[in-house]
Write a protein that binds this ligand. Structure first.
Ligand code: XCC
Ligand code: SF4
Length: 631
């Protein structure tokens, strides 16, 4: 099976019928993949290489410069963390500049939409806010945010203000508190250069510091997006390719940064008449990947698909344009689009694809750029009129929009004075055994969505509260797990009672959804906020909580960075694929064992989703025992 999603399977059949190549074909063509690369023992860090060392004593044990397997594996891993950090924090920095342009009057399409969030973040960050007008405060916020990137003398404001005091202490003791996001990325590139850091343990600690910077960048990304575009509130929508509409101009928003897609959402509403003049019934925006998550969370835009199946909505023949910003956008989209007539529109100067249409997007002229993009889609609709389409008739209901603010508001209906109390009481009583955050991607090496679905069912049956972000949340969206109905099907009695009590207190007439969708990948920071609030309320550290994380189908370097900071936050963190570290027993042992003594968190590598759920549940039980809670 290539995918657990029936819409994806239907479109894969269509792709085969038409001879269109997809990610699955290209993966098959790569097999067998390089065994040295899989183990992490291949190095290309200088021009004397590539070097590779044999893990089986049947070849050279060192690279030309003398680097060992331990050095190579550690260097490769921490370089991946640095790349992921660059991506997440680049996204955050982009938003900080947008906020800055907004307050300077240079970006008229970007008013501060959430002054309450602006003031809340300012208060948390210790920015003087009393009596300060919103515009002035936003200007200070942009500067305060940007100050996290360059090299300072102190730990980063967005790191220390957003985690428990216990974490700050633990990180300080280990020397893994970064003093600049860009500077630690740069430092990792330096220390992994030929002839610098050759000690695997020291390298990994550098990687942890960089991952803490990644966490910081993610948090900045979430905060700034909320300030500019609004903090998500619960929203009802639908997901999967059945959300495409044959008679409308269908535009997919793909990538990560909401800076463009937000404006497209606004402008599309004003351009309905233009679409109708071209013979369409309207404009239908749909999401892909994390840009899709952003516009789902804030506007209820329905996601069409995620991650490895991103090529397939085009095979319906109904997708007129795919607008991409950056990250996780497969260059193969252009080739598929040639067969289907879809316009692939790149928008960021630093992320172009040969053969795509490029509309250079600038905050200064955002609405004009968005209009130009939508016009291209309307033109493409005109060209496809009358041609048959095949839209897989699969879509699931979705309830999303669970920011921490939204969760706390929902809980406050049970206890207005102490909103976290109901959650804590239920964790203590064992109705909720613990919490699992599902994050990360799909990976072509795993049947799409399968690990997510199996693990959610296994853990929900054991009364574990489930949170999700990124393409993991997307998987749950497409399979109907973000619904109250899924609670009846899969939740254990304790979890079901709690979700129902909260739902009913909020007048929903039923439970909250089985899985709470917290947003895009940078929004994993929201899950940390929730854990930190619970930990602070209990007077413990996040490393003691019965909270675990899982990336059952992770793919990107960003996911490697997130997984590492989840461990740094003290969480037992599951990986559903084997990362390229097995070439070094030292590195493997440290990540899955030794690191626990240093940080509380550690990696659990398990490719079988049933066993993975068992192991995560055991980790939750261990934490419960540590807190003297009944198991
Ligand atoms: Fe990319 Fe965020 Fe992974 Fe999806 S989940 S494939 S990173 S879009 Ni972050
Ligand atoms: Fe080979 Fe060392 Fe150069 Fe890596 S850094 S390619 S191991 S010589």
């Amino acid at each position: 099976m290539q995918s657990a999603d029936p819409a994806v399977r239907e479109m894969l059949d269509e792709a085969r019928r038409r001879g269109v190549e997809t990610v699955w074909d290209r993966y098959a063509a790569q097999l067998p993949q390089c065994g040295f690369g899989e183990l992490g023992v291949c190095c290309r860090n200088c021009m004397q290489g590539p070097c590779r060392v044999s893990p089986f004593d049947d070849g050279p044990a060192r690279g030309v410069c003398g680097a060992t397997a331990d050095t190579m594996v550690a260097r490769n891993l921490v370089r991946a963390i640095a790349a992921g950090t660059a991506a997440h924090s680049g996204h955050a920095k982009h938003l900080a500049h947008t906020l800055k342009k907004s307050v300077q009057g240079k970006a008229p399409d970007y008013p501060v939409r959430d002054e309450a969030k602006l003031r809340a973040v300012a208060a948390r960050q210790g920015l003087e806010a009393d009596g300060v007008p919103a515009a002035e405060l936003a200007a200070r916020m942009a500067e305060a945010a940007l100050a996290n990137f360059s090299e300072g003398e102190e730990p980063l404001a967005w790191t220390t203000a957003t985690v428990t005091a216990g974490r700050v202490q633990a990180w300080e003791k280990l020397g893994v508190l970064p003093v600049g996001i860009d500077s630690i990325i740069s430092e990792i590139m330096h220390r992994t250069h030929l002839g610098v850091d050759a000690d695997a343990v020291n390298l990994l600690l550098g990687g942890v510091a960089c991952a803490v910077a990644d966490y910081t960048g993610c948090h900045l990304g979430t905060d700034l997006a909320d300030i500019l575009f609004g903090t998500p509130q619960p929203v009802v929508s639908e997901a999967n390719m059945g959300v495409l509409k044959a008679d409308q101009v269908n535009i997919a928003l793909h990538g990560h940064n909401p800076v463009l897609s937000e404006v497209i959402v606004q402008v599309a509403r004003q351009m309905e008449d233009e679409a109708k003049a071209a013979g369409a019934a309207g404009i239908n925006l749909v999401g892909v990947c994390c840009t899709g998550n952003e516009v789902l969370m804030r506007h209820g835009i329905p996601p069409a698909t995620h991650s490895i199946s991103q090529e397939l909505p085009m095979l319906t023949g109904a997708l007129d344009a795919m607008v991409v910003d950056y990250q996780c956008v497969y260059p193969s989209l252009v080739g598929v689009a040639e067969c289907t007539g879809t316009k692939i529109i790149t928008t960021m100067g630093m992320a172009r694809i040969t053969g795509a249409t490029h509309v250079d997007f600038e905050e200064e002229n955002a609405a004009a750029g968005a209009r130009q993009i939508i016009r291209l889609a309307i033109e493409a609709f005109g060209a496809r009129r009358g041609r048959p389409v095949q839209i897989p008739q699969y879509k699931s209901q979705v309830v999303a929009g669970f920011s921490v603010e939204a969760i706390v508001a929902a809980l406050s209906k049970l206890d207005a004075a102490d909103p976290l109390k109901p959650v804590i009481d239920n964790i203590v009583a064992g109705n909720i055994q613990g919490v699992c955050l599902f994050a990360g991607c799909n990976n072509v090496k795993v049947p799409q969505d399968e690990n997510y679905l199996v693990m959610a069912r296994e853990l929900a049956a054991r009364d574990v509260l489930l949170l999700a972000t990124g393409c993991g949340a997307g998987a749950y969206a497409r399979h109907g797990y973000l619904t109250p109905e899924a609670v009846g099907e899969y939740a254990g009695p304790g979890l079901k009672a709690v979700l129902t009590a909260v739902g009913e207190a909020n007048g929903l007439g039923g439970p909250l959804p089985l899985v709470l969708h917290m947003g895009s990948c940078v929004d994993n920071s929201r899950a940390v906020d929730l854990a930190v609030a619970v930990a602070n309320r209990l007077g413990v550290d996040t490393a003691q909580l019965p909270v675990v994380a899982s990336a059952p189908e992770f793919k990107t370097e960003k996911a490697v960075a997130i997984g590492t900071w989840a461990v740094a936050c003290g969480l037992p963190t599951h990986l559903g694929l084997v990362p390229p570290v097995l070439g070094s027993a030292t590195v493997t042992g440290l990540l899955t064992g030794g690191i626990k003594d240093l940080l509380g968190g550690y990696f659990i590598v398990e490719t079988d989703p049933v066993k993975a759920a068992e192991k995560l549940f055991a980790a939750i039980q261990e934490r419960r025992r540590g807190l003297n809670l009944a198991t």
